[in-house]
Design a protein around this ligand. Structure first.
Ligand SMILES: C[S@@+](CC[C@H](N)C(=O)[O-])C[C@H]1O[C@@H](n2cnc3c(N)ncnc32)[C@H](O)[C@@H]1O
Length: 218
C-alpha cells in the first residue's frame, strides 16, 4: 500500500512538514467546523457514495471538519498527511479513521481502491510541477465512477512565507490558476462536474478557492 514513514521529498516538502508540525494547533483554531460551503459539498459527495465507501483524504490535517465528517457517515476513511503533529491531532479527533504519515506524491495504492478521494486545501503545498502526475495517480486509485473532490486554486503562486501568519514557522505554497487546474483535471481523465470559485468564511477571514468535484468515467 505505502511505505508509511517515507521521509518527505526535498526541501520544499520538508518546509511544509516542519511548518505544520509547528502550527498545527494554530491552524486548527482558524477552521470553522460548521462552514456551510464545506458541509454542503460533503453532503453532495455523500449522495454519490455507497454506504460502505472507501474514502482517501489527502493532506487531512487534524481531521476537522472533513475527515471526521466522513468517518461519522460510516465510510472507511484513510487520512494521509506529511506532518506528524497534524496526524497526532487527527488520531485524537477521528479515532475511527486509519492514518498514514506520508508525502502524498509517494503513496502507492492499488488501482481502483477508493470510491472517493478528497483533498481540501492540501495540493497547494505540493510542488506544482508534480500536480499533473498526482492527479493522474488519484484517477488511477479511484474505482470507475469514483469521485475526486478538492479545493484547488483560482490564482497561480509559487513561494514561501518565512513566518506564516506570525505563527513562527515558514510555509511554502505552489499552485496554478483556475484554467490550468481545469485543464490538468481533464488531461488526467476526469469528467468535471464543477470546478468553480466559491468563497468561504472562517475565523481568520474570507477565502476563495476553486471547488472541484470530478468523476472517473465508469
Ligand atoms: C492547509 S492544511 C489542510 C488540512 C485539512 N485538509 C483541512 O482542509 O483543514 C494542509 C495539510 O496538507 C498537508 N500536506 C501538505 N503537503 C503534503 C504532502 N506533500 N503530502 C501529504 N500531506 C501534505 C499538511 O501537512 C497539512 O496538514
Amino acid at each position: 500500500m505505502t511505505d508509511g514513514e517515507h521521509p518527505a521529498n526535498g526541501p520544499h516538502t520538508r518546509t511544509v512538514e516542519a511548518g505544520y508540525d509547528r502550527v498545527a494547533e494554530a491552524y486548527l483554531s482558524t477552521k470553522n467546523p460548521e462552514d456551510p460551503v464545506t458541509l454542503a459539498v460533503l453532503e453532495d459527495l455523500a449522495s454519490d457514495l455507497p454506504s460502505t465507501a472507501a474514502v482517501l483524504d489527502l493532506g487531512c490535517g487534524a481531521g476537522i471538519p472533513v475527515t471526521r465528517w466522513l468517518a461519522h457517515r460510516g465510510y472507511a476513511v484513510t487520512g494521509v498527511d506529511v506532518s506528524a503533529r497534524q496526524l497526532e491531532l487527527a488520531r485524537k479527533y477521528v479515532p475511527e479513521a486509519t492514518f498514514i504519515k506520508a508525502d502524498m506524491i509517494d503513496l502507492a495504492f492499488r488501482p481502483e481502491t477508493f470510491d472517493a478521494v478528497v483533498a481540501f486545501h492540501s495540493i497547494i503545498h505540493v510542488p506544482r510541477e508534480e500536480h499533473p502526475a498526482l492527479l493522474a495517480t488519484i484517477h488511477r486509485w479511484l474505482k470507475p465512477g469514483g469521485t475526486f473532490m478538492a479545493t484547488l486554486t483560482v490564482t497561480e503562486f509559487e513561494g514561501e512565507d518565512g513566518d506564516w501568519e506570525g505563527w513562527g514557522a515558514a510555509m511554502r505554497w505552489s499552485h496554478h490558476d483556475a484554467e490550468t487546474n481545469r485543464g490538468m483535471l481533464r488531461n488526467a481523465g476526469f469528467e468535471i462536474r464543477y470546478a468553480e470559485a466559491r468563497t468561504t468564511s472562517g475565523t481568520d477571514g474570507v477565502e476563495t478557492w476553486l471547488w472541484v468535484e470530478a468523476s472517473k468515467p465508469s
